[in-house]
Design a protein around this ligand. Sequence first.
Ligand code: Y43
Ligand code: MG
Length: 199
Amino acid sequence: MKQILIATKNPGKAKEFKAFFSDYGINAVSLLDIPEDIKDIEETGATFEENAALKAEQIAQMMQIPVLADDSGLEIDALNGRPGIFSARYAGEAKSDEANVEKVLSELKEVSKDKRTARFVCVLAIAKPQEETIFRAGYCEGKIALSPIGENGFGYDPIFVPNGHSQTMAQLQPNEKNKISHRKNAIDQLEEWVKDIRK
Ligand SMILES: O=c1nc[nH]c2c1ncn2[C@H]1C[C@H](O)[C@@H](COP(=O)(O)OP(=O)(O)OP(=O)(O)O)O1
Ligand SMILES: [Mg+2]
């Protein structure tokens, strides 16, 4: 079976990529699945694109194979787009989903329901050794809930209600999330490239 290496150590992302790519008959392998002990890539970029490129290019260079990386996050309008590229470490270096969710909710305490608009952003970078990196972006618009609810997904899913839905991402079944998510919308633009790996 064809394989693609995903430059992520986030188990929630890894699971979603496995589901997306298995539909195409491709085995998505993450940094959690390989024996090499790859240290965390420092995300020093100023944009999702820069951070996705850092992850994809450094791992592609190390392994000498094509690599897909995902840099993603939550942009909240009432917080001028924060946490944005700082989503993973919003409440500190520990990268705790619960602490991040609590911090966002406390910052939005005074913000009324109709002003809690937000979007998930996903930028994918595909790096091949000695080739130019390509990028695809996907978005999912929604609102921030008043309190966390739901057990599925990861990250900010328990407080994100996608437009057109009354439940949070964490209440949706994984296959439902995977039809509407920012990650799905980014992956849908990779059709040509996916055909290329299957050759
Ligand atoms: O579908 C999602 N549902 C909920 N939350 C999400 C989602 N997608 C990204 N997020 C949040 C999680 C994390 O707080 C940040 C990503 O940060 P980001 O640096 O891209 O990933 P990461 O450090 O967790 O793993 P890695 O860099 O190894 O891929 O945005
Ligand atoms: Mg990261």
